[in-house]
Design a protein around this ligand. Structure first.
Ligand SMILES: [Zn+2]
Length: 245
C-alpha cells in the first residue's frame, strides 16, 4: 500500500513537476511539427482525461527502506522541506531504534568561557564527548548538539540541575558592605546556605582579606572581588556627584 493523494486538476494551473500525462504525450506526437499554440484550456482537457490520483511510496531517509507509518509519520525537520518529496521521512523502526539507543547512563557537564558542554555515556556503551548543550529551565530540558528524544532531554535536565546546584553552592548570592566609624563589615551568604553577618574586615598590605572571624578562602576571595567592585562603584558615584556640583 502507498499513500494516495489527489492532485488538483484546474484549468489555467501549471502542470505538476515534469508533468505530462502519458495519454497526452502519445496523442501529441501526431502533431509534433505543429506549433504549440493551442489554448491552455484545451491543453488541460487532454490532461484531465487521465486520473489525478497518484501513488507515492514512503522511503525512510535513515535506512532507505520503504515503510508504512503506524500512527504517526515521523520526519527530520531541517527547515528546508516544502513538499512531501523533500521531507526526510523516518520509519517507525528507525524511530524505535533511536529511542532505544538514547538511554543515558551518565552525563558530566562542564562550563568554560560561557560555553556549556556535556560528556555522555549511553547504556549501549556509546560515548559522546564535549557535546554543546543548553539547559532550558522553562521546559526542564537540556538540548544537545545531537537529535535526542524528549525523554533523554528531560533526564539530562535532572542531572544538570543537580550539578548546577552543586557548582553554585560555594558562590555568593549576596554580599553587602557596611561602613561605620573605623569599621567596615560584610554580610554575605552562599547558594549552599553558608552565612556571615556583619563581619569586620580589612585588606592588608599584601592585598589579602583579614576578617575578625574565620572565613573559608573561597568566600574571602569573592568578598574581596566584590569589595573592589564596590569601591569602584562608590568612587564613580562620588565623581558623578562632584561633577554635578
Ligand atoms: Zn528507517
Amino acid at each position: 500500500m502507498s499513500v494516495v493523494f489527489r492532485g488538483v486538476a484546474q484549468f489555467g494551473r501549471a502542470l505538476p513537476w515534469g508533468g505530462r500525462g502519458r495519454g497526452f504525450e502519445s496523442r501529441r506526437s501526431d502533431h509534433l511539427n505543429r506549433p504549440l499554440r493551442f489554448p491552455v484550456r484545451a491543453f488541460f482537457v487532454d490532461f484531465v482525461e487521465e486520473t489525478m490520483i497518484r501513488e507515492l511510496e514512503l522511503v525512510c531517509s535513515e535506512c532507505g527502506e520503504k515503510f508504512l507509518p503506524k500512527e504517526k509519520l515521523f520526519y527530520r525537520d531541517d527547515y528546508m522541506a516544502n513538499s512531501i518529496r523533500e521531507t526526510k521521512l523516518i520509519c517507525d523502526k528507525c524511530i524505535a531504534a533511536w529511542n532505544k539507543k538514547w538511554k543515558i547512563k551518565s552525563a558530566v557537564f562542564a562550563e568554560k568561557d560561557c560555553v556549556m558542554t556535556v560528556d555522555l555515556e549511553l547504556k549501549d556503551g556509546t560515548k559522546y564527548t564535549k557535546l554543546d548543550c543548553t539547559a532550558i529551565p522553562e521546559t526542564e530540558i537540556v538540548v544537545v548538539g545531537e537529535d535526542i528524544p524528549l525523554e533523554a532531554q528531560k533526564k539530562l535536565y535532572k542531572i544538570f540541575a543537580k550539578w548546577d546546584m552543586e557548582r553554585k553552592a560555594n558562590l555568593l548570592k549576596d554580599c553587602i558592605f557596611k561602613e561605620e566609624f573605623m569599621r567596615t563589615t560584610v554580610t554575605c551568604a552562599t547558594y549552599g546556605g553558608e552565612k556571615f553577618k556583619d563581619v569586620a574586615f580589612r585588606v592588608n598590605r599584601k592585598g589579602e582579606l583579614e576578617t575578625e572571624v574565620a572565613m573559608p578562602d573561597y568566600i574571602k576571595a569573592q568578598v574581596l572581588e566584590n569589595f573592589y567592585l564596590y569601591g569602584e562603584q562608590a568612587a564613580m558615584e562620588e565623581g558623578g556627584e562632584n561633577k554635578d556640583e
